[in-house]
Structures are given as C-alpha cells and as structure tokens.
Design a protein around this ligand. Structure first.
Ligand code: F0G
Length: 351
C-alpha cells in the first residue's frame, strides 16, 4: 500500500530543491478535502473543506516549515528564528527538532493560545515573549536574521511559500481541476499568496485548466487589507491573525486582484459563530482564526454574492485543540453527575 511520503517528496518536481539537498518530513501534507453537504446547502454552492489541522503540528504552517527547514539544514544553518502568533512557532519547534537545529521563537506576550505555547515548550524551542504584538516580533526577527548567523523561517523566507503552494496542488488533484473560488483566512498574508502561486503553476503547466478567484477574510479589528494600510494596534479574539502589518502585502494584493477575488473583514462574533457551525454542524473542530474563511463565505452568501452552484474550496488552517480556552468559554460546562448506576445514566440520557 502507498504511504504518503511528505509533501517535498510527493511534489518534488514542482519544488526548488536539488538532488544534494536533505529533504525532511514529519508526514505533512496530503490533508483531506472534505465535502460539506450542510454548508453547500446553506450557501447554494458546492463546498469542500481543506482540513489543514490534520498536519503533524496541527496547522498548515508545516507545509512551509518542512520546506524552509530543509533549505536551512541543506545550507548548513545551525539555528533558526521566527516571530509567531503561535502556529509558526509550534511548527518551527517541531521541524527544528527533526533537523537537529536550535530554534528560538518570538511571541507577543499574553496573546498565544495555550496549546501552541505547549508545543513550542515540548519541542524544546527557546521561548521569548515580547512585550509587543506580532508585527513588533517580526521586525526583531528580521533584524536578527540580518545581523546574526541565524536563519529566519517566517514566510518572508521564500521557501515557506514554496512549501505552502502544495496545498493548492492537492485541491486540484482532489477535484481534478481548480475550483471556482478558494477561500481562506488572511493574517500575515503568506498563505493566500502561496495558494495563488500554486494555482497559477498548475494552470501554466497544463495540469489544471484554470485558476480560482481568491477570497481572503481578515478579522474586523485586524484588517489592514480592508483599510488599505497597516493597522497600528490590531485586536481580535482570533489571536492567530492578530496582525496589523502583513509581510506579504504586495503578493496578497496581487493574488486578490489578478484572480478577480476579494479580501474582506468579518467580526469576532461571526468568527465564533462559524467555529460553532464547523464543530456542531459539519463535525470539524478548528481554532477561531481558521473559521474566518467560513464566516466570510456565510457573509458573502447573505449578501447574495456566492454564485449559484459554484465549486468552492475553503481552507480551515488550524486544529481546534490548540485553543480550547476560547472554545470552552462559549460552552455550557455544567456537567451531569450521577451515581454508578445504569438507570441514573439512562435517565440522564433521556432514554
Ligand atoms: N490561520 C491560522 C490558524 C494561522 O496561524 C495563521 C497565521 C493564519 C490563518 C493566517 O495565515 O499569515 O499566511 O495569512 N499564523 C502565523 C503564525 C502568523 O505565527 O502562526 P497567513
């Protein structure tokens, strides 16, 4: 039986590695594309969900990280650094372990979901909390990269986007062509740029016949693309995308414009509602930021802007288990306590 070999091996002919490079893997990529009858019915289209929380560290970051870390290792780097809202650092910590490199992560103090912090800790990264936001962390990381012998593995490293573009390949492979629309959350804006690169490459090579419109969604309090300029103090419950000065500004703007797409904003309430719909109606538990795309799809549907019958792929970027505090704060946690007794159990179940 065929075992998935990791995305660098599976998509090698589309990636800029040579025969002498060391290609790492923790089994990333090859994530499921799940058709959702309920979302499809709700918006009058054909909705497929790309479940990126199935990656080794629970987010899409593993696609870019396996690529950037393989480059760093092959180039003889000893140590890597990144700024992060949590998922990039979790992934960097895991892949640095695999590569045998030391890893330092710069995190905005107090704004990282507990599961993500735990990941950086257990994988042995040096955890540095900055009394500022993600944008401040990234500025420091870029300056460290310029001044010290340390490799930057944020998405400004072009190998990150190279790895992440493979998600677009997988969607095309699964659907046997590109969808009409691809939807995803936007924070630092690397992922929308990477998907657009992947879709264009598959079309240019004749593997697919067309490219989708790229629809990106930001959190209302952290929506620089909607404002048309950086936001100095971004705020949202979706801490993963609490970013005011996206690094891939030009690439993401081109993805939006050249694809005939859009980048819009959704409120925190819409994000949490979409997270609840994904968990309670679709059966997929995602972290809040990951639900921004679904929130955006529902918003567009309410506005009558979703073309009837369109084939839509929507990326949910990270696993819900990373941020259980936010999820539990919305749930009714009053448990039913019973004695060790079958009749009491049956009664509690309403049988
Ligand atoms: N969804 C999740 C779960 C994320 O962690 C991120 C980014 C995004 C969406 C946005 O993707 O930045 O490519 O536009 N997280 C980064 C991090 C910033 O540090 O983990 P993007």
């Amino acid at each position: 039986a065929h075992q998935w070999r990791g995305l660098l091996a599976e998509y090698r002919e589309h990636l800029p590695f040579s025969d002498t490079d060391t290609l790492l893997t923790l089994g990333e990529g090859g994530t499921p594309l799940v058709h959702s009858p309920s979302l499809s019915a709700q918006v009058g289209a054909e909705v497929h969900i790309k479940v990126e929380g199935m990656n080794p560290t629970g987010s899409f970051k593993d696609r870019g990280m396996v690529s950037a870390m393989s480059r760093a290792l092959s180039d003889g780097a000893k140590s890597v650094v990144c700024a992060s809202t949590g998922n990039t650092s979790a992934s960097a910590a895991a892949y640095a372990t695999r590569a045998g490199l030391t890893c330092a992560v710069l995190l905005p103090k107090g704004k990282i979901a507990a599961g993500k912090l735990a990941q950086a800790v257990v994988h042995g990264a040096r955890l540095i909390q900055v009394d500022g936001n993600f944008d401040d962390c990234l500025e420091i990381a870029r300056k460290l990269d310029a001044a010290f012998p340390v490799e930057l593995v944020n998405s400004v490293n072009p190998y990150r986007l190279q790895g992440q573009k493979t998600a677009a390949f997988e969607v095309c492979d699964a659907l046997e062509d590109a969808p009409d629309i691809h939807i995803l959350p936007v924070g630092n804006a690397g992922n929308i740029s990477a998907y657009w690169m992947g879709y264009q490459e598959y079309r240019d090579k004749g593997i697919s016949t067309r490219t989708p419109a790229m629809w990106g969604f930001q959190a209302e309090g952290a929506a620089p693309f909607v404002a048309g300029r950086p936001i100095p103090n971004p705020e949202t419950i979706a801490t993963a995308i609490r970013i005011g000065a996206p690094a891939s500004w030009a690439l993401a703007s081109a993805a939006r414009d050249d694809s005939g797409g859009l980048i819009d904003a959704v409120s925190d309430e819409q994000i949490l509602d979409a997270q609840a719909i994904l968990a309670g109606e679709v059966g997929i538990f995602v972290e809040p930021a990951s639900a921004a795309g679904v929130a955006g799809l529902l918003q567009q549907a309410e506005r009558g802007a979703v073309p009837r019958g369109a084939r839509i792929a929507i990326t949910v970027t990270g696993n819900g288990l990373k941020d259980i505090d936010t999820a539990l704060s919305r749930a009714d946690l009053t448990p039913t306590v019973i004695p060790v007794d079958i009749d009491a159990a049956a009664e509690a179940m309403g049988l």
